[in-house]
Design a protein. Structure first.
Length: 106
């Protein structure tokens, strides 16, 4: 399943490039691309409504373990933040610096 989702990214890029070629450089050319992408997103949402829920989701819903996984997840996140806060701060600063350098006009 993961491979299918990863290929969707490439396909979306190709479709986006094709749409960019078709709409051209007109000042309002972004509007058809925007509404086309919005329509596709809404259509996928409606298509998704037709698919059944996964077996794991149905079993978890029946057993009543609604918050068990989220509580374990929150506990694990707190543990990681306590242990790796220096690395997280360092990478955040590096990322912000890179964005500032790439997006600022000197």
């Amino acid at each position: 399943m993961s491979g299918i989702l990863q290929q969707g990214y490439s396909l979306g890029y190709v479709i986006g490039a094709y749409v960019n070629l078709k709409v051209g450089d007109a000042p309002d050319s972004w509007k058809p691309a925007f509404w086309g992408a919005a329509a596709a997103s809404i259509a996928v949402g409606f298509i998704r409504l037709g698919f059944p829920e996964s077996r794991q989701f149905i079993e978890a819903k029946k057993s009543g373990n609604r918050g068990a996984h989220s509580a374990a997840f929150k506990k694990e996140i707190k543990k990681v933040l306590r242990l790796e806060w220096k690395m997280i701060c360092t990478f955040t600063c590096c990322y912000v610096s890179a964005n500032v350098c790439n997006n600022s006009r000197l």
